[in-house]
Design a binder for this molecule. Structure first.
Ligand SMILES: [Zn+2]
Ligand SMILES: [Zn+2]
Length: 386
């Protein structure tokens, strides 16, 4: 039977799985019901299953001969959002929602496991990696640290995310950075409080933090190459309680996004230097903390090309290869840090009217389920027959 025909006959079932998962969203590292659903399906398809990797992660393996192994990864967690779609299969879990389409990602990889169990490659193994806690909590890192690639020694690893704003079913992939590194920072500018009418008797931390804010923005405009990209966003400023008191301290917090490791190093260093030097210049003290969260998601050239060729065989529309990277982040980066691989975007259709990722009105587009399954099936065959 042709791959497309087999997937077509499976599609009503795929939609059922997706709606079931959508109605039962679970947050990072709490995906117990979701993981049990995945494991039961994988066993039903006759795969070897390992549960509890990096918390609530699940891996299913299909083995044929002693050829190489390829890793295919989907994320499975939901977000703390109150759903406002009004759908018949809307979330039944108060304050939790599949607003990033991980219900669709899980379904597409399960669909691929089903089809590949019936149409396996001749020689080689496939690890179907179901990763928890993509949203903020770094489940990708947890799985890697828990021995994902020791137990499942894939020679390459692939990921996929739906992308609102791209036409439904159209793919986009390129070599190099596709998603940014995600870091957070905090600085406490410690001055010396005083009467609001007599600022000369103290050290005003608000005035100092305004200087620091400007100096940090100059890192992006003056120290980062105009053809590179970086963002420093101060997203919190906390200080003061009343009208006539200059406070003792100001806390600034925010996020940094970068595409290249060397830019990330440079920004961390200059933010720290400016915090320390500017505070010292005004007689204040800086307490600066910088936390590295997700690294940038960087596709390797050969694997990005494999993904592109596979997508070209799958979709009807031409594969986009020049879409700008997103400054959002993705913890698939931890897997790409260990193994060559590629992360591809699959169009979810128009993003208008709140149909964007993390919106309470977002929903994964069921029309692209068969496209995603077909991509995974063709990719496994392509990689393992090379
Ligand atoms: Zn998300
Ligand atoms: Zn997501």
């Amino acid at each position: 039977m042709e791959i497309k025909q087999r997937i077509d006959s499976l599609t009503p079932e795929l939609v059922g799985w997706r709606h079931h998962l959508h109605a039962r969203p679970e947050l990072a590292f709490e995906e117990k019901e979701t993981a049990a659903f995945i494991a039961a399906k994988l066993r039903e398809f006759g795969l070897e299953v390992k549960e509890g990797i990096g918390g609530t992660g699940v891996v299913g393996v299909l083995r044929r001969g002693n050829g190489p192994m390829v890793g295919l990864r989907a994320d499975i967690d939901a977000l703390p959002i109150v759903e406002a779609t009004g759908l018949s299969y809307a979330s039944q879990m108060e304050g939790k929602m599949h607003a990033c389409g991980h219900d669709g990602h899980t379904t597409m990889l399960l669909g691929a496991a089903r089809v590949l169990s019936e149409m396996p490659p001749e020689n080689g193994s496939i690890a179907f990696i179901f990763q928890p806690a993509e949203e903020n909590e770094g489940g990708g890192k947890a799985m890697v640290e828990d021995g994902l690639f020791r137990d499942f020694p894939a020679s390459s690893v692939y990921g996929m995310h739906n992308w609102p704003g791209l036409p439904a079913g159209q793919f986009a992939v390129h070599a190099g950075p596709v998603m940014a590194a995600f870091d957070t920072f905090e600085v406490i500018v410690e001055g010396q409080g005083s009467h609001g009418a007599m600022p000369h008797q103290g050290i005003d931390p608000i005035a100092v933090s305004m200087q620091l804010y400007q100096a940090w923005q100059l890192i992006v405009s003056r120290s980062v190459s105009p053809t590179d990209a970086a963002v420093i966003s101060v997203t919190q400023i906390h200080a003061g309680d009343t009208w006539n008191v200059v406070p003792n301290a100001v806390t600034l917090r925010g996020t940094v996004r970068t595409l290249r490791p060397e830019t990330r190093d440079m920004i961390e260093q200059r933010m720290r230097e400016r915090a320390e030097h500017i505070c010292r210049a005004f007689g204040a003290k800086a307490h600066f903390h910088y936390l590295r969260r997700y690294p940038a998601t960087i596709n390797t050239a050969a694997e990005a090309e494999t993904a592109r060729l596979t997508a070209a065989d799958t979709g009807d529309a031409a594969v986009l290869t020049e879409l700008a990277p997103s400054m959002a982040s993705e913890d698939f980066s931890y897997m790409l840090h260990e193994k060559p691989g590629a992360y591809i975007w699959l169009g979810n259709g128009p993003a208008e009217d709140g149909h964007n990722l993390h919106s309470p009105r977002y929903d994964f587009n069921d029309a692209v389920l068969p496209t995603g399954v077909e991509y995974w099936v063709r990719l496994a065959h392509r990689v393992l027959s090379a």
